[in-house]
Design a protein around this ligand. Sequence first.
Ligand code: 3HC
Length: 291
Amino acid sequence: MVFETVGVVGLGTMGAGIAEVFARAGIRVVGVEADQEALDRGLGHLEASTGRALEKGRLSAGEREEILSRVTLTTSRDDLRDADLVVEAIPEVMEYKVALFTDLDRICKPSAVLATNTSSLQVTALAAATGRPGRVVGMHFFNPAPVMGLVEVVGTVVTEPGVVTSVSDLAVRLGKTPVAVGDRAGFVVNRLLLPYLNHAVTLLDHGVAARDDIDNAMRLGVGLPMGPFSLLDLIGLDTSYEIMGVLFEESRSERHVPSPLLRSYVAAGWLGRKSGRGFYGESAAESTPEK
Ligand code: 3HC
């Protein structure tokens, strides 16, 4: 399987990061967004991220130009007709994703692989929405995509074995380490990570320790790059809450009950970096909200 042109649908933080990763590896990218405004925001992400690398001397001006020139931006899904692979990174709403996969199946050539960057939805259900279920996989990147070294390659019961191998080989070409995982809620990383993050919120809620102390404890005591509250703000509190919900739905285990405090923050619209306020952010209560 040769991947020369790759489509990325959805150019939010993750999608734009994924587009950058492909372009940096010398692959042509067709980036698709719903409207011009979203497309401009996607381009903004790409320019900011490569601009930062230029400032830090990690890229020359010429290299940055080349990377950006490999990315074609469009609002028309029909422009994906020549793509060898399409990675979907739209919001985590099953209805939207099923509609998108049905569309991609119609537009893309029969040999194209269709991948989802979903962190919580069932890949098998998306595969079943297409006439090529054997060529649908999960390709799960981590935030920030240009930096994090892992890609979870999710095969389903209907995936052709060669497709998982080819997509894993592609991840290596991108400079990432692939791990093959089954289509179970949370795959490997989120299944282990989210219960820990959720538990940190419970500790805060129960007054066991303050936000900064919990973050410092896990950074300095365990050597993690970020404490749980910084990481929740990076991932997004809504995304984190949804993943906990999916874990709970599958396991019905008490371990996976989403924290009520996390639920309140999401209901308040405090979603983390994306909304300017989460556990940190402008005028956020230091560590003991709702008390
Ligand atoms: N986009 C592109 N590059 C970025 C970036 C971004 N958003 N953020 C940071 N970088 C780059 C910087 O340019 C810098 O590059 P350089 O080494 O070439 O100069 C490098 O990353 C380090 O950045 P900084 O020096 O600014 O900051 P830190 O050293 O504090 O690193 C971090 C920032 C990489 C985010 C680090 O704190 C980290 O690894 N945090 C943990 C992130 C994590 O766990 N992510 C996974 C979340 S789970 C997930 O995504 C799954 C999903 O399904 C929920």
